[in-house]
Ligand binder design. Sequence first.
Ligand SMILES: *Cc1c(COP(=O)(O)O)cnc(C)c1O
Length: 232
Amino acid sequence: MTTISANLQAVKNRIRVVTQSSGRSDGAVRLLAVSKSWPAASVRAAFSVGQRAFGENYVQEGVAKITALDDLDLEWHFIGPLQSNKTREVAEHFDWVHSIDRLKIAERLSAQRPAGLPSLQICIQVNISGEASKSGVAPAETAVLARAVKTLPRLRLRGLMAIPEVSDDDDQLRRRFAMLRELLAQLNAEGMQLDVLSMGMSDDFEIAIAEGATMLRIGTAIFGQRTNKGSL
Ligand SMILES: *Cc1c(COP(=O)(O)O)cnc(C)c1O
């Protein structure tokens, strides 16, 4: 428990240092704690030292945790691959979805978002590394998808998300993140008013901040190395 608190403090300090050295304003970068594979107790520990936004990759695991932590005022972000048969649970339980790369999934989420809840906040996932195996829409197809998502009534398009391929080459990562930032700028040039660049994980978040990230998704640096996959 105290480890999570110390890790969170260390991550926040690193975020503050790079935010300032990049000439960005304090508070320009939000931290999402990626709690996948960690139990509800770990989320509670992070919440007790001020962390409110959490990210989950697996629908069943995420919904179980959301239900178990119903007594806390938390913000839940779905960041993993999403299949059609799981959209209803996501629409009913999560506040954000970062991993939209097909219109069909967005249409289902919009149709299934309960009337009593605020709009579901959406990021489109872009495959910035061009890896065939990775999820995400191709950069050249991003604008078409964004325009379509923007018309859906129960969704609010906020920005773009990406997971670059693992690399030791900082310059390459920098170029990947810069590409996402430029894609967002192009959409905003059409008048879209998008304010979220969801990029940066435990191993590359400092580069992501320098390249304009507004939302970091950090798991390992906060909770530790994941040994198991998808338990409550
Ligand atoms: C697991 C995961 C993260 C967090 O990764 P860490 O390296 O543990 O910080 C961020 N984003 C997505 C989409 C993930 O699946």
